[in-house]
Design a binder for this molecule. Sequence first.
Ligand SMILES: C[S@@+](CC[C@H](N)C(=O)[O-])C[C@H]1O[C@@H](n2cnc3c(N)ncnc32)[C@H](O)[C@@H]1O
Length: 235
Amino acid sequence: MAQDFTDAATARAWDADPAARNPARTEQLDLLLTIIEQEHRPGTAILDIGMGSGRVEESLFGRLPEVHVVGIDHSEAMLGLAAGRLAPWRGRYQAIRHDLTDLGSLELPSGPYPIVFSVQTLHNLADRHKVGVVARVFDALMPGGLFLLLDRIAVEPPGLFPSYRALWERLGRVHGTALAEGRTYAEHLDVLADQGDRPADLEGHLAWFRGAGFEAACLHLHANRALIVGRKSGG
Ligand SMILES: C[S@@+](CC[C@H](N)C(=O)[O-])C[C@H]1O[C@@H](n2cnc3c(N)ncnc32)[C@H](O)[C@@H]1O
């Protein structure tokens, strides 16, 4: 059955060990936070698309003592976990419960933002909604602002599936964890369908970024996990 983050048990299970199914997460999060540290402009807020249980904020507040975050998520269960985790920083973030498939009614406080980021969230949305989020982020950024997207991407082309699998197996050996991505391409598609994941390919993401007006590049790629960064010109 598709992963439903609005379900309390699902939210708790994911929050208990987010790197279990994605051992590349720790390194890629460190890369994302390193860029944010360099780009952050004191006195401005940062926007998080898919704040979840506040794990990224916990790391961010540890590295940037005075940063303020506006976080969006539709899951009360995930935001409840965030409230507990982020209790020491209660005044430093504003959580907005909102569905990213309904951007028309989304009101964003404290913008425009110099930095927007999104971690492991957009692959939950259909492509038309991913495109909508990228366009909305572009509008929400100040000139010169940066969008950092860290997410699962599609395994493409299918003929390279064994090469992806070799990297997952290596990751599993290095981190002592078994990655359930499937042994064949067909099995991999079944895994995605079971989880309700809808990852788009890397070229598609870059095209959406550029179509929205960003200068964009993939700064880090580990098999099917990508850190894509877009700069809005000006500033
Ligand atoms: C895998 S969690 C990642 C949370 C956080 N970014 C992190 O990396 O720690 C994905 C999050 O996306 C949120 N999400 C999924 N679909 C959403 C939607 N349509 N609108 C708002 N949030 C959504 C879920 O509720 C969940 O908290």
